[in-house]
Every structure is written in C-alpha cells, then in structure tokens.
Design a protein around this ligand. Structure first.
Ligand code: PEP
Length: 251
C-alpha cells in the first residue's frame, strides 16, 4: 500500500511577509494522518518555512538542485548537500518550466536526481508532454523517454527512493486538467515501464499527478489506482485550498 504524498510547489512566488502568512495558514490546517505533505518554497524562504512549520507534519523541499552534490565553485547554484543541511526532505528535478524555459535536458536532470539521492534527499522527477506532443498522440512515448533516460543513467533501482510526478505541460497553470481516466492511463504506463525492469520498485514508487489540481478535482484523481497524490502549483499558495487537497488524498 503506497502512502499518498501531496506536495505544494510554490514556484517563484512569495515575500517574507506572504510566506509568513501562508505558514500561519498551514499551521492551522487539520491534515489527514495517512498522507505525507510537503511544501517547496523558493530557496530564499526554505529556512523560514522549516522554522515556521516546526512541529507540524509538513516536510519542506526545494524546487531544484545543482548537478554537483557538494558545495563548491558553481555560482548561483545550490547543492543538494546544502538543501539537506537546511533540513529539506524532497527536491523537484526536471520540472517542465526548467526543461522548456531553461533548456534542462535529460542528462542534466539525471545528474540532479543522482546528486539529490547521494545527499539523502528524495528526488521528485517531473515528466510530461507538451500540448503539441499530446495532440500528436505522443504522451506515453514522451513520458517513457524521460523516465527511461534516468533508468539508463542510474538504473531502475534509483526509483526505490524517489517519487515521480506526471504533469502534462498543457495542464500546468492553465486551469485544464487531465481527466482521471487520461491521467490513470499514463500513470499505469509509467508503472508498467518500471515493472518491466523491477516489479518491486514499480509497486512501491509513488506517482503523483500535477496540473491545475484543485480541491474540487483532487478526490477523483487521487481515487485512481496508480495516482498516489499530487504535485500542486497555484492551489498550494492558498492554505485552505491546499489543506482540502491534502484531505482528499486521505479519503
Ligand atoms: C506545477 O507547476 O508543478 C503545477 C502543477 O502547477 P499548477 O498546479 O498551478 O498547474
């Protein structure tokens, strides 16, 4: 039985004051016991979130890490070891905004995935197809290629301590959501891809859905057999909405 995970990706949002308000809201939430909950603030606010959420069952993660695991001469980057030192538990790798806007390719993403794991962080590998790829019927092929690149670089065993987030690019921040049936089809294909290499790893890995998830759509998505929670962008900036999504994962 996989324990659901709901993670809030705050993206490049927040100020010291607004983060403080959001943390206050998160602290007031009634969260379900059987669900892992995490938030991923911009790096500047990670320490504030960790201090503010102390004693609350909400882990903190980062949105990216450097390809090199240890601190060193790499201007502007943040090492996975530094994120672990700050108290992070998770780190996103390969978010589509970084793949598409910053040109991150599968090689760089595999290195970040490995760097995170070598420092004890849980990488959340984001995969998903663009609208053009979706319309061309390439969804499963694209997602399998993105996951296959990590398997090829690090072996399927790397997914024993990792999370996958399927996020169709056309659904991110657009208000469009894959139907539960569409999402389940992709999640099932991902699990089958892993099972072809290692059935135990495939059965254990959590596969989150992301893309305009709201409280109103969460329960039906999370009710699908291969959807193990969500990666939540916009809706995670509202504590009450985020709390309702977390509770949907626990129902
Ligand atoms: C995301 O960016 O990971 C995401 C899922 O965003 P949104 O929920 O806003 O679509």
């Amino acid at each position: 039985m996989r324990r659901p995970l709901v993670a809030g990706n705050w993206k490049m949002h927040g100020t010291t004051a607004s983060v403080s308000e959001l943390i206050k809201g998160l602290r007031l939430l009634a969260l379900p016991g059987g669900v892992d909950v995490a938030v991923m603030p911009p790096c500047l606010y990670i320490s504030q979130a960790i201090a503010g959420l102390a004693g609350k069952n909400v882990a903190v993660g980062a949105q990216d890490c450097a390809v090199e695991p240890m601190q060193g001469a790499l201007t502007g980057e943040i090492a996975a070891s530094q994120l672990a030192d700050a108290g992070c538990r998770y780190v996103l790798v390969g978010h589509s905004e970084r793949r598409l806007l910053l040109g991150e390719g599968d090689g760089v993403i595999s290195r970040k995935f490995a760097a995170a794991q070598s420092c004890g962080l849980i990488p959340v590998l984001c995969v998903g197809e663009t609208r053009e790829q979706y319309e061309a019927g390439e969804t499963v092929a694209v997602v399998m290629r993105q996951i296959g690149a990590v398997i090829e670089a690090l072996g399927v065993g790397a997914f024993a301590k990792a999370v996958i987030a399927y996020e169709p690019v056309w659904a991110i921040g657009t208000g469009l959501t894959a139907t539960p049936k569409q999402a389940q089809q992709v999640h099932g294909a991902i699990r089958a891809q892993l099972a072809a290499e290692n059935a135990v790893v495939a059965e254990g890995v959590r596969i989150l859905y992301g893309g305009s998830v709201k409280a109103a759509s969460a329960a039906e998505l999370f009710g699908m057999p291969d959807i193990d929670g969500g990666l939540i962008g916009g809706a995670s900036l509202n504590a009450d909405e985020f709390g309702a999504i977390c509770r949907a994962a626990g129902s």
